[in-house]
Design a protein around this ligand. Sequence first.
Ligand SMILES: [Zn+2]
Length: 270
Amino acid sequence: MPALLRRHLLLGLATTAVALHAASPSKAQAPASAGPPDPALVEDLVAANRILVDQGVVDGYGHVSARHPASAERYLMARSIAPELVTAADIMEYDLDSVPVDARGRGSYLERFIHGEIYRARPDVRAIVHNHSPSVIPFGVTGVPLRPLYHMSAFLAGGVPVFDIRQASGGMTDMLVRDAALGRALAGTLGAAPVALMRGHGAVVVGPSLPVVVFRSVYTEVNARLQAQALALGGAVTYLDPEEARRAEASITGTIGRPWELWKRKAQGR
Ligand SMILES: [Zn+2]
């Protein structure tokens, strides 16, 4: 090989190596922490995991997160573990790409992109629950809309959109929101709503705080059960009028602290 050509080849290889080397550290680098979160928020996040188990919203699967109080670009969620087993030591910090700040060998939920992409799309959201709440599943697969039929679920009055992962991905999947693109598509379906159903999978519930998102998760499940019972009776179902829903939600919102304190005390007593 002529010396000049050989030199060019080597130079080319070296340039490529430098480029690769320069690209890899930034990719591998963990995002910076927003600092230690308020211990009271971590306590509430641990409690939220257990309450959702107690109320039949999550089982061995499902997760709940809270936006980091010190940075809108970070959120807090347990490592990959069954919700009932979550303790403060399991809470990890993520950036909105759902990359852990300090994994220390701890595994992450496959569907964490649900959380990162909704926090990115919805600045008003400070807490998110993803669940496989059993009573909502039929409403995600039949085209029968989930609608509020009593005052406790008045927050559903604006409509409950249904996310179909087959349309979002353009093909067959394992039904899991396992990357950022699917997370973005789910956030798009959710829009400004408090709840979206996920066809053949479960639901995502969002809110301005952990007590509100837990309340909404519990009463979405209860409303779905009651609505299926009402539909099974066969008569015409009278749902809340939008004005009734508006008034009921305004009243109930002020009382959410009551069930939250009860649920939290029971969850912490175990
Ligand atoms: Zn899931």
